[in-house]
Ligand binder design. Sequence first.
Ligand SMILES: COc1ccc(CN)cc1O
Length: 327
Amino acid sequence: CQTGEVAADPQLYDQSYLSPVTIGNSELMLDFDTGSADLWCFSTESPAAQSAGHGLYNPSTGTELDGAFWDITYGDQSAASGNVFADKVVVGGVTATKQAVEAATSVSYEFTEDVASDGLLGLAFSSINTILPQPQTTFFDTVRNSLAKAVFTVDLKKGAAGSYTFGYIDSSKYSGAITYVPVNTANGFWQFTADGYSAGGSDSSTGRGGVAIADTGTSLLYLPASVAKAYYSGIQGATFDFRQGGYTIPCSATPPDFNVAIGGKTFTVPGSYINYAPLRAGSSTCFGGIQADTGIGFSIFGDVFLKAVYAVFDDSGSSPRLGFAAQ
Ligand SMILES: COc1ccc(CN)cc1O
């Protein structure tokens, strides 16, 4: 029975978190993404102009999946595509001997520019894996039956290294009880229902809850437009800046804490997490960590939320569930 733990290293402004993964005989830094289901990496097949500065997977250690190709586009319209090899993948000591490794032959500029990241490791449900003609399993699904318990946990931190564990829950990482809620897998995400939101110490609710996904691969917290509007109405100098594509606040602001009710429990995101980052280096205007989920179709509980809690992605029972506890 396998168990393992790997560090989650924050990038600038906690824009993403990277973890070391051994693929074949290379160690790469991958962005673990519970919002997608492809394990892809820069490779010796990637054009040099696109892969300069990145760690590369050399498929010579793998076995090509003949005729298999992949092509993925993310919510931010970044994209990547390539071919597929079966190879050994090790995460924190947990080994998948024949994992589908998606070698990139083309990536969009957003990935080229993010030189710290060598690719993504998808942890959503394998039903949304993009490999054709036959979708393959995620790392978690590949090793699931060999784990002591079919779970993985997410313990992200603000501006500090957190961790992912596979196969066990670490009771030293959270306080109080874990609150579990059912997951709807119809869209391939870890999708759940949030009960409601409120700002600051007041119980003045900023709105009813709704459908949401837990997504480590998204930096911010995207909520119903009415909830975001109500939240920022309480911050002096906050405004919706069409040019920046979202709410901005003065970097000098102290936003109120933000409360989320899930499964009858309230989880608090410290207001400081919502003073996200200067629009550009030296700017006194900061981008808000809460934004409207307009056009997405559901709310996205990205890293701004996840770094305030301990999260359990549990597929050990008759149907998947999510657990949340205070950190
Ligand atoms: C350009 O960088 C990314 C784009 C999309 C995702 C997945 N939500 C993760 C990334 O690091």
